[in-house]
Design a binder for this molecule. Structure first.
Ligand code: ACO
Length: 329
């Protein structure tokens, strides 16, 4: 088995207190609580208030990480922030986070890999440590999807929510705990199955953009569903294979929380029983890059992850992108 180069230490999360329930959505679009629960597993999601920016939520999560890791903001060498809903298009939200966190010695940048952004970020952090560029990398997944969700489109607005989660990646300390394997993959030919057509350089902001609502997320749900099941299965296989482990060695599977049926299909393929799968989609919906780090923090704090636990992370999202990682805690 590979000797880990980097390990995760400390976790944190922040979710807004405002709740949007299925009953609330029934008043906004033609849908029902029963349809949403049966098709997605979601009961409610959190929605950010204006002051709860991506940078703000990230800071709240990051401060918990720093406290647990026993380091100060000035000890951070790099901030890698996965988000598909940045506070501003320029600069990177990671730079805004750097400023409000006081991480004055860090290099800060965003990763745009949609729901796979947190695992992509962990992988980049591992690489920065392996190359000697950094010792302490703050990795954050944070989203304010409510700002890019079309609340007139019932096929997407029932899915998304806001929140942030974070961890610190540092040089491995004992040759046992840490990142045992990782796998990243993309397929840009399928980009238009899940995208925001307007607002960027191809369709700069204009009146048409506001009228056609192309600023918001558009998704071909059924096609995305099929690809998600296939890709997350592939990603589980690859991470296990690269770690030299089998599903029996896995103590906990934390899949990206997009849809309970995708999660169940992924677990079945990976050969991990549902008792060993963490699910919180009922409470938060799909928070894209924030979904895995929020779940990770919940698992650490409630004792589902303990010293020595082998944890399999797997995600899929717009791009398409997919990714997986085996981490020994
Ligand atoms: N309420 C009631 N009916 C609805 C709703 C709704 N909210 N939304 C769609 N429907 C209808 C459709 O119009 C359709 O009706 P029709 O048969 O008369 O045409 C019917 O329900 C079935 O629609 P489907 O899209 O086939 O429903 P499906 O079972 O596929 O569920 C869903 C839709 C939940 C979106 C699912 O496809 C899904 O979860 N897709 C994957 C999402 C995902 O994984 N995204 C990845 C990451 S997101 C990111 O990267 C930001």
């Amino acid at each position: 088995m590979k000797r880990p180069v980097a390990e995760l230490v400390g976790t944190g999360r922040y979710t807004p207190s405002k709740v949007l329930t299925n009953a609330d959505l029934e008043k906004m679009v033609d849908t029902s609580d029963e349809w949403i629960r049966e098709r997605t597993g979601i009961r409610e999601r959190r929605i950010a208030e204006p002051h709860e920016t991506v940078a703000y939520m990230s800071k709240m999560a990051a401060e918990q990480v720093l406290e647990e890791a026993g380091i100060g903001p000035e000890d951070i060498d790099a901030i890698v922030l996965g988000t598909a809903s940045p506070d501003r298009l320029l600069p990177a939200t990671a730079c805004d986070l750097q400023a409000i966190l006081g991480a004055r010695n860090a290099a800060a940048f965003d990763i745009q890999a949609a729901c796979s952004g947190f695992i992509y970020g962990l992988s980049v952090a591992e690489g920065l440590i392996a190359s000697g560029m950094a010792e302490h990398v703050l990795v954050v997944g944070a989203e304010r999807l409510s700002t890019i969700t079309d609340y007139r489109d019932r096929s997407t607005c029932i899915l998304f929510g806001d929140g942030a989660g974070a961890t610190l990646v540092r040089r491995a300390t004992d040759g046992r705990r840490g990142i045992l394997s990782g796998y990243l993959k993309s397929d840009g030919t399928l980009a238009e199955l899940l995208y925001r057509p307007g607002g960027g350089g191809c369709h700069p902001p204009d009146e048409k953009l506001l009228a056609d609502r192309s600023y918001y997320i558009k998704m071909a749900g059924r096609e995305v569903f099929k690809s998600a099941v296939k890709s997350m299965a592939d990603a589980c296989d690859r991470a296990l294979e690269r770690a030299g482990l089998t599903s029996e060695d896995i103590d906990l599977l934390i899949p990206h929380q997009a849809n309970i049926r995708i999660i169940e299909a992924t677990a079945k393929h990976a050969g991990v029983p549902m008792e060993k799968v963490y699910v919180n989609i009922d409470r938060y919906g799909n928070t894209s890059a924030a979904s895995i780090p929020i779940a990770l923090d919940e698992c650490v704090r409630c004792g589902r992850i303990r010293e020595g636990s082998n944890v399999l992370l797997v995600a899929f999202g717009g791009g398409f992108t997919w990714a997986s990682m085996v981490v020994r805690w």
